[in-house]
Design a protein around this ligand. Structure first.
Ligand code: PEP
Length: 260
């Protein structure tokens, strides 16, 4: 059985003090409510990483970067390396988020290079895939996803890491829009991603890989999404900025873990 994972992506939100407070509230909520059956990660902006790492230290909550460079060090103004994230205490890094793909022009090749660098440097990548609305409307979602699996994941890894990958399926049209893929739409794409991973990396990797759903997950739709057999948790944007909502979503993931 795959262990559920709920990761918060705070994007460009929260001052250092606000981040510290939110991280404490989440860590205390996870401990106080005994939410130990789902893994929990917080993804603060870089400047708040150290404060968040300190705030969750000694708890079961981990910390993820929102992006990293594929370069180790050097003249790359404004970039942050894998070793810098590790040094700050992050264990994971979100890569290929749709906002980086859409707003910063990051393509599959770069996502693959970043994933490779992260993995080699000891950070676990959370590799994001997803289609824009035009692709869904054209009925070519699965072809687009297959291409992303090949070029963002297969392009980076000759063999799978132990325990499989962490992939996030994020339909671009559902991110920050309040629109959500129906549980059935999400399940179909998640099952397809798992099928592609099996074809490329084998059954064990496909079965171990955790595929998170991202796209306007809220307390009131989380349970239905997480009940789908191939949805192993969520990458949560807006609803992770508020501890009560985020804890409610973690609770939904934990209940699903307990029932499967
Ligand atoms: C995200 O940022 O990964 C995301 C899914 O955002 P939201 O939950 O706000 O749609």
């Amino acid at each position: 059985m795959r262990r559920a994972l709920v990761a918060g992506n705070w994007k460009m939100n929260k001052t250092i003090e606000e981040a510290r407070t939110l991280a404490r509230e989440v860590a205390e909520g996870v401990a106080g409510d005994g939410l130990s059956q789902a893994d929990v990660l917080l993804g603060p902006p870089y400047l708040a990483l150290a404060a968040v790492v300190e705030a969750v230290s000694g708890s079961a909550v981990g910390v993820a970067g929102q992006n990293c460079s594929h370069q180790a060090d050097g003249a790359y103004t404004g970039e942050v390396s894998v070793s810098m994230l590790r040094d700050a205490g992050a264990t994971h890094v979100i890569l290929g988020h749709s906002e980086r793909r859409e707003l910063m022009g990051e393509g599959d090749g770069l996502v693959a290079r970043k994933s490779k660098a992260a993995s080699a440097g000891g950070l676990t990548p959370i590799i994001c895939l997803g289609e824009p609305f035009t692709t869904r409307r054209a009925g070519t979602t699965l072809a687009r996803i297959a291409h992303q699996v090949e070029h963002s994941i297969q392009g980076a890894f000759g063999s799978p890491p132990p325990g499989g990958f962490i992939v996030a399926y994020e339909p671009v049209w559902a991110i920050g829009t309040g629109l959500t893929a129906t549980p059935e739409q999400a399940q179909e794409t998640h099952a397809f991603i798992r099928e592609r991973l099996e074809a490329i990396f084998g059954l064990e990797c496909a079965q171990e890989t955790r595929i998170l759903y991202g796209g306007s997950v809220k307390p009131d739709n989380a349970a239905d999404l997480f009940a789908q057999p191939d949805i192993d948790g969520g990458l949560i944007g807006g609803a992770s900025l508020n501890s009560a909502d985020f804890l409610e979503i973690i609770r939904a993931a934990q209940m699903d873990s307990a029932s499967t």
